[in-house]
Write a protein that binds this ligand. Structure first.
Ligand code: KIV
Length: 263
């Protein structure tokens, strides 16, 4: 595949070629995910739920994120690795810079932060100093208590307008990528077509430039899953086969289908 960079993803968007992101938290799965051709790996703070057994991502710390980022980066030299900034690790410019630096020094090529307009200054600050940023809008899991649960966002015209405005502002601030989680497909498609930067969807329909799933979900290992999750182990005999099937389904446009989509 060769080393994937931001330019690779920009070119894929320009050519209308879908790319794939899968979460990983350790070296073995990172190597397999890279081998099956996923362009990007997310060291997600979802590790708080799928590895640590918490019911949200809120207990995840910088120490956890740096440790798992190092494990992943040792094994996936060709994939672009994005590391999540955990809950309350980016509240002030000084803290944001220190923590983003730690994740980059652990081997990540980009950091991800949940939020919109209020993050603009932090995004500009990091980007100006050479740290690429992926923003995350829609259902931002670190705000689960504010939302009153893991609920679809952007269903009212007011919410949809605000998510679109946030997306434009974070692009203007210099973000390189955007994750849209659990929003109506029509809104995600509209945002993806209006932005120049690649948009990665999860529960956001088929109109985004890429798809991401939590690895444990797509392997059918999670106890509860949302409607956008498909068990790619079905019909496969190996984990490599299932992860490869996800990559193929995203690239061919077979996943996600209408049944995975919110209106
Ligand atoms: O933490 C994570 O795995 C994520 C994805 C769900 C996008 O943020």
């Amino acid at each position: 595949m060769g080393k994937v960079t931001i330019s690779t993803l920009d070119k894929m968007k320009a050519n209308g070629e879908k790319f794939v992101c899968i979460t990983a938290y350790d070296a073995t799965f990172a190597r397999i995910i890279s081998d099956v051709g996923a362009e990007t790996i997310l060291v997600g703070d979802s590790l708080g739920m799928v590895l640590q057994g918490h019911d949200s991502t809120i207990p995840v710390t910088m120490e956890h994120m740096a440790y798992h980022t190092e494990c992943v980066c040792r094994a996936a030299p060709d994939s672009l690795v994005i590391a999540d900034m955990p809950f309350m690790s980016y509240t002030s410019p000084k803290q944001t810079m220190k923590n983003a630096t730690e994740l980059m020094q652990a081997g990540a090529q980009m950091v991800k932060m949940e939020g919109g307009t209020w993050l603009s200054d932090s995004i500009s600050m990091l980007v100006e100093r050479g740290i690429p940023v992926c923003a995350h809008l829609g259902l931002t899991p670190q705000s689960v208590n504010q939302f009153g649960g893991f609920k679809v966002q952007g269903r009212t015209p007011k919410e949809a307008k605000s998510i679109l405005a946030d997306a434009v502002e974070i692009q203007d601030a210099g973000a390189s990528l955007l994750v849209l989680e659990c929003i109506p497909a029509e809104l995600a498609t509209d945002i993806s077509s209006k932005l120049d930067i690649p948009v990665i969807g999860i529960g956001a329909g088929a109109g985004t430039d890429a798809q991401v799933l939590v690895m444990h979900d797509l392997l059918g290992l999670s106890e509860h899953t949302a409607r956008f999750v498909e068990n790619f182990m079905a019909g496969q005999t190996t984990i490599q086969g299932a992860l490869g099937a996800f990559v193929k389904a995203v690239k061919s446009g077979e996943y996600p289908r209408d049944e995975h989509t919110y209106n």
